[in-house]
Design a protein around this ligand. Structure first.
Ligand code: NAD
Length: 500
């Protein structure tokens, strides 16, 4: 029987009123397993109204109360790691161990939010002028919303809501319509942890729901993670509507391999970072830039490793890579490989026609490796978001750096070298928000913020870490004087106040 996924509003499951549903498929079989309700404008309004009501008390709840609930949520998440990972695999397709990894990285942010008491400590300066003290505090914004992509249905929402609610905001999440069940599970666990009704709400759906959140007068801030064209649209629209907005977009992450690098370690890293989660990661390495004469040896080492990757259903413990999210996406990824030779690339591995026996309707694709890819090729220019690794050849560090910096994207990047001086130069000269030195996927830990440059992020704040706390709060500065009789009588003074 097909499962139904509803909304979560005011602390309970709410059936979709419009009768409009979208299909959710199991990517391993291609079968529709679930129908997800698509919210109308009225349903989004109901979720925002529930969040606004809840804000009246949650915004004033003590820090102790907020962090106690988050500690309970952390324990429930920990106990439910497997159950959440199974939901992710069933709708996203990634292998169970990878799904567990995303839950672990989300949990890191919950742990950060448990300690919000430290991050929200204000500042006080005493005696800035005679008997005058100044304090800086940060206060919540009100109702805030998150719009998230399909590729991390647990982790990306947890980049947002734990910090938002720890700061005293209430939250409306619009998860991806392609794998919506995880968000509802997180809502249930938050309720079990004792979160008051309405503090966390989920509206499922598509552009209708998103557009209503972008224009709703009671929504004060929008956090978005997804593809670049939609991130740009979200940033423009939400900004025009007077909202604070952070919109993280797509990527094309380069790995620069210098001639002195440990080539076995570099090949291991390239294969893990390019093909993990079938390349459906915003931090996946999709372009290796080989410097100097090492290119042939590096490509051989990558090919040897990539050929051995075991592809199969995510719930089979022997699988290392699962299927892609939809049939349409599978076909699009395959087209980059089938068109690569005509664009001047050497096709070393072609996985475009790969199928898994007995699961012919699954969204399967194999491993592809393209060498000597010109920068004019679509396979280089576009974010493919699939298991296709492109290799580009350059003669010098400078040429490699210029190539990376010419990319419109600037999410993550990595350098592989044994030369500390070159690594240091790269850290300072490369135009990207996250840099790995002999680390292929430099996703920052929870207490440092995550974010890209250029077309990979629109807005002023990166996500989680200190930037997260700043994004979900606004500053207030209080200047106080308690006069003393010894000061004598007050008097009128039309001059601009000066400190003395
Ligand atoms: P997407 O942009 O298609 O969708 C993201 C969200 O936006 C979903 O909730 C979707 O329902 C909504 N949406 C889609 N089209 C819309 C429209 N026209 N108007 C309003 N809302 C719309 O992204 P996706 O395919 O779900 O996710 C993959 C993309 O996300 C990749 O480009 C990947 O790089 C990016 N991503 C980026 C990061 C990051 O941190 N920078 C992290 C994860 C994923």
């Amino acid at each position: 029987m097909t499962k139904i996924v509803n909304h979560w509003i005011g602390g309970k499951s709410v059936e979709g009123a419009s009768g409009t549903y979208g299909p959710v498929t199991d990517p391993a079989t291609g079968a529709v397993t679930t129908n997800v309700a698509f919210a109308t404008v009225d349903e989004v309004d109901a979720a925002v109204a529930a969040a606004k009501d809840a804000y009246a008390t949650w915004g004033k709840a003590s820090l102790a109360k907020r962090s106690t609930i988050l500690f309970k949520f952390r324990a429930l998440l920990d106990a439910n790691r497997d159950a959440i990972a199974e939901l992710i695999t069933a709708e996203h397709g990634k292998v169970h161990s990878d799904a567990l990894g995303e839950v672990a990285r989300g949990l890191e942010i919950v742990e950060l939010a448990c300690g919000i008491t430290v991050q929200l400590k204000g500042e006080l300066s005493t005696e800035v002028a005679s008997r005058v003290d100044v304090s800086s505090i940060r206060q919540p914004l009100g109702v805030v919303a998150g719009i998230t992509p399909f590729n991390f249905p647990a982790m990306v929402p947890m980049w947002m809501f734990p910090i938002a609610i720890a700061c005293g905001n209430t939250f409306v999440l619009k998860p991806s319509e392609k794998d919506p069940s995880t968000a509802i599970k997180l809502a249930e666990l938050l309720a079990e942890a004792g979160l008051p009704d309405g503090v966390f709400n989920v509206v499922n759906g598509d552009k209708v729901a998103v557009d209503r959140l972008l224009e709703h007068p009671d929504v004060k801030a929008i956090s978005f993670v997804g593809s670049t064209p939609i991130a740009r649209y979200i940033h423009t629209t939400a900004s025009a509507n007077g909202k604070r907005v952070q919109a993280l977009g797509g990527a094309k992450n380069h790995m620069l391999v210098l001639p002195d690098a440990d080539l076995d370690a570099a090949a291991d890293a390239a294969v893990s970072a390019a093909y993990g989660s079938a390349g459906e990661r915003c931090m996946a390495i999709s372009a290796v830039v080989a410097v100097g004469a090492i290119g042939d040896e590096l490509v051989d080492k990558i090919r040897e490793r990539a050929e051995k990757i075991k592809i199969g259903p995510g719930n089979d413990p022997t699988s290392e890579m699962g299927p892609l999210i939809t049939k349409a996406h599978r076909d699009k990824v395959a087209s980059y490989v089938t068109g690569a030779a005509a664009e001047g690339a050497e096709v070393v591995l072609d996985g475009s026609a790969y199928r898994v026996d007995g699961l012919e309707d699954g969204h399967w694709i194999g491993i592809s490796l393209l060498d000597k890819v010109p920068t004019t090729a679509k396979a280089y220019q576009d974010e493919i978001f699939g298991p296709v690794l492109t290799v580009l050849r350059v003669d010098t560090y400078e040429e490699g750096l210029a190539l990376i910096n010419a990319s419109p994207f600037g999410n993550g990047t990595a350098i592989f070298t044994r030369d500390g001086g070159a690594a240091r130069r790269f850290q300072l000269e490369v135009e990207a928000g996250m840099v790995g030195v002999n680390v292929p996927i430099p996703v920052p830990v929870g207490y440092h913020s995550f974010g890209g440059w250029k077309d990979s992020l629109f807005g002023d704040h990166h996500i989680y870490g200190n930037d997260g706390t700043h994004f979900y709060t606004r500053g207030k500065v209080v200047t106080t004087r308690w006069p003393d009789p010894a000061d004598g009588p007050s008097g009128v003074d039309l001059g601009f106040p000066r400190n003395h």
